[in-house]
Design a protein around this ligand. Structure first.
Ligand SMILES: [Zn+2]
Length: 170
C-alpha cells in the first residue's frame, strides 16, 4: 500500500517542477486570479483532471510572457476554504518569484513552506487546508510538507503522517 502511494507520488510529482512552456492562447480566463484548464494542468504539471490540481504555469499570449495560476475542474470540488488557502499559496509563489528547484530538494521544501506561510499571513487556514487536500487523494500526499508546516505553526502532526514520513523517502 505504502509502496503504491510512493509510486503514485513519484509519478505525479516528477512533472510538478515549474516547467516553462509557451502555449497558444486557447484558454479563456476564469477570472483575474486564475485560469481553469484541465489540459494545461495535465500537460504541464502532470496532474490528471480527476485529481484536484492547482499550479503556476508560465504562459505566452499576444507575445507577452507571464505566470498564471491554473486550476482544473476537480479543484472546484474542494471546499471553498481549502480552495482559497491553496490559491493564496500559489500567489505566494508569484510573490516570492518562481524558482526551478529539484523536486524534494531542501530548497524546494523551503520554497513550499514559505508559500504555505504566505497563505497563512493572508488569513487562510493553510495547515488544515493542506491536510485536507493531501488526505483527499493519496497521490497528493507529501508528509514532509505537512511536517514542515506543522513545526513552523506549532500544529501537531497526525500519527499516520509521521509513520508515512518514515516509509516514504521524499
Ligand atoms: Zn507550491
Amino acid at each position: 500500500m505504502l509502496k503504491v502511494i510512493k509510486n503514485l507520488l513519484i509519478d505525479c510529482q516528477k512533472y510538478r517542477n515549474d516547467t516553462n512552456i509557451y502555449l497558444q492562447p486557447f484558454f479563456i480566463p476564469h477570472n483575474n486570479d486564475f485560469l481553469e484548464n484541465d489540459k494545461l494542468l495535465k500537460d504541464v504539471l502532470g496532474i490528471p483532471a480527476d485529481i484536484p490540481g492547482i499550479g503556476v504555469i508560465y504562459l505566452n499570449e499576444n507575445k507577452e510572457n507571464f505566470h498564471k495560476i491554473v486550476i482544473n475542474k476537480s479543484f472546484k470540488n474542494l471546499p471553498q476554504w481549502v480552495q482559497d488557502a491553496l490559491l493564496a499559496h500559489e500567489k505566494g509563489h508569484i510573490y516570492y518569484g518562481i524558482k526551478n528547484f529539484d523536486l524534494y530538494s531542501k530548497e524546494y521544501y523551503e520554497d513550499e513552506l514559505n508559500c504555505d506561510l504566505y497563505s497563512i499571513e493572508q488569513g487562510y487556514d493553510m495547515y488544515n487546508a493542506l491536510l485536507y487536500y493531501m488526505e483527499s487523494h493519496p497521490i497528493l500526499m507529501s508528509p514532509n510538507r505537512i511536517i514542515n508546516l506543522a513545526k513552523a505553526t506549532n500544529n501537531s502532526v497526525p500519527l499516520y503522517i509521521k509513520l508515512l514520513n518514515k516509509v516514504i523517502r521524499e
